[in-house]
Design a protein. Structure first.
Length: 301
């Protein structure tokens, strides 16, 4: 625990640039889900996801700013710097996803079949959802590691990329369960194994960093993460070659979208999404590997 000397309240938690960004996050987040819950409305899985994102991010941000303002974070057995950096990146990704999904599925220019009042509430909610994303992105920008600065691992480019990699993997899993027909070939099952293995190990790396337990491991955590990142690059290279061949080659799949394939329930669409985000994650792991050569882990910040 930190020393109890000094003021009991940390005013910098709400007056610094990061503190102001978090206050705006609370304001915009509360405004967004209030507008939706009051008159905007939501339905189906897409609307439920958006409401979950806004309420979840609001709750965690309130928790963070309360802990920092009262110094209670010093009582928690976690690496606070790693936790806040990881959450800021996760909230940025989740909020931008919700900021795209909600207006895409719920906002329209005319008033039919909904009333003009409901339309206006949905437009307003979409505007505040976009502002919420901007404030979380601003926090990531403000707290990211600067050259030559000793900081938490999750605040480095490599640490932030771990969050993005896990998030992209979740998108891949979502497409996999949406009738992607991945069980049709052993080769595509190998790709699923690659996605699952890399996701699990990435989450473990983030978990050990956030809990600050890396120093307790019997093996060199820093070297192990670099070796894993290299292995992930090689595994994703294999998936990036295998998946398109067994899904879009005319011998195994279809190079073009079938004409009678229903929108939202077409295996070809899911396969295309998986292929795209496979290459996205491959690029992320390559960049991660490059940056991991230039950083040093600090587990106790």
């Amino acid at each position: 625990m930190e020393s109890t000397a000094g003021p009991y309240l940390n005013t910098a938690a709400v007056t610094s640039a990061v503190g102001i960004a978090r206050l705006l996050q609370i304001t915009f987040g509360c405004t967004t889900f209030s507008l939706v819950a009051h008159r905007g409305g939501f339905s189906a899985a897409y609307g439920t996801f958006c409401m979950f994102v806004w309420t979840f991010c609001f709750a965690i941000t309130v928790f963070i700013i309360t802990c920092e303002f009262t110094h209670l974070h010093s009582c928690l057995s976690i690496s606070w710097g790693n936790f806040t950096a990881a959450f800021a990146m996760l909230a940025t990704l989740m909020s931008v996803t919700a900021a795209v999904i909600y207006p895409l599925y719920f906002v329209q220019l005319d008033c039919y079949p909904i009333s003009c009042e409901v339309r206006d509430f949905r437009i307003a909610a979409s505007v505040f959802a976009a502002l919420l994303f901007i404030t979380y992105a601003a926090e990531v920008f403000l707290t990211r590691a600067k050259p030559g600065q000793v900081t938490s691992y999750m605040a480095t480019v490599s640490g932030l990329l771990k969050i993005v990699q896990a998030f992209v993997a979740c998108i891949i899993f979502g497409a996999l369960v949406n009738d992607s027909q991945y069980g049709k070939y052993v080769a595509t099952q190998w790709c699923v194994a690659v996605y699952s293995f890399c996701f699990v190990v990435t989450v473990v790396v983030v978990a050990f960093s956030v809990t600050g337990k890396t120093a307790l491991l019997w093996f060199p955590f820093e070297r192990s993460v670099v070796i894993y990142t290299l292995a992930a690059v090689l595994l994703y290279v294999s998936a990036a070659v295998i998946w398109p061949v067994f899904c879009f080659d005319s011998k195994y799949g279809s190079p073009r979208r079938p004409g009678l394939c229903a929108k939202g329930k077409c295996p070809w669409d899911s396969q295309l999404v998986i292929a795209i985000f496979t290459y996205v994650n491959l690029l992320l792991y390559i960049v991660d590997l490059a940056y991991s050569q230039r950083i040093r882990f600090v587990s106790h910040i």
